[in-house]
Design a protein around this ligand. Structure first.
Ligand code: CUA
Length: 198
């Protein structure tokens, strides 16, 4: 007998759908709907995919904004990268470029900040280690996120978007002061007091 994928078989070759198969299709469809509903639900209730504030920004304008931010709140430096301690509630700027994160941020546990992320050159990936926090850092866009650190300590910012030969060296730092220490110390220290030691 001759068979071809182009010509359909003659006669009634199919059997009507079985009852149990109907049930499976029903279960699969219902589960699809559950997962579909989870997307907006996670967004609104789970805090999984935070909606940021987005602006278009020229890389040069962003560089200038970061420089101004560093000048305003610098308290020291870490291997040539300024350490910046902005007051709680303020706008915080982080700049990604091949192949560094600038500046080192010193934040307070429990305080709210608006964290701005942008790149001066190519796409980079903001990944807060060892926490599982990931964002794309895109040139031409300022991505603002409202954040409240809930744990203290030192966290590394890894670049998780391949950005050239220095990609693996692109590591930054966020320091979160514990609640008690933050309350005991003055809000902004001078660069002289810090001595640029850490
Ligand atoms: Cu920046 Cu990889």
């Amino acid at each position: 007998m001759y068979h071809s994928g182009i010509e359909s078989p003659r006669g009634v070759w199919w059997k009507p759908i079985h009852g149990s198969e109907k049930i499976w299709v029903g279960i699969a469809f219902a589960w699809c709907m559950v997962l579909f509903a989870m997307m907006p639900l996670w967004h609104l209730r789970g805090g999984q995919n935070p909606s940021g504030i987005r602006y278009r920004v020229e890389p040069e304008a962003y560089r200038a904004r970061v420089a101004e931010f560093v000048k305003q709140y610098q308290v020291g430096s870490d291997r040539g990268i300024p350490i910046v301690e902005p007051p709680p509630g303020s706008d915080v700027y982080l700049q990604a470029s091949m192949w560094s994160w600038m500046p080192v941020l010193r934040l307070r546990e429990g305080a709210r900040y608006t964290l701005h992320l942008s790149s001066l050159d190519v796409n980079h990936g903001f990944s807060l280690f060892p926490l599982n926090v990931n964002f794309q850092v895109v040139p031409g866009y300022d991505y603002g996120l409202v954040v409240t650190p809930t744990a203290s300590g030192e966290f590394e910012i890894m670049c998780n978007e391949f950005c050239g030969v220095g990609h693996h060296l692109m590591v930054g730092k966020v320091i979160v002061l514990p609640r008690e220490q933050a309350a005991a110390e003055p809000a902004v220290r001078t660069a002289a007091a810090e001595g640029g030691a850490r």
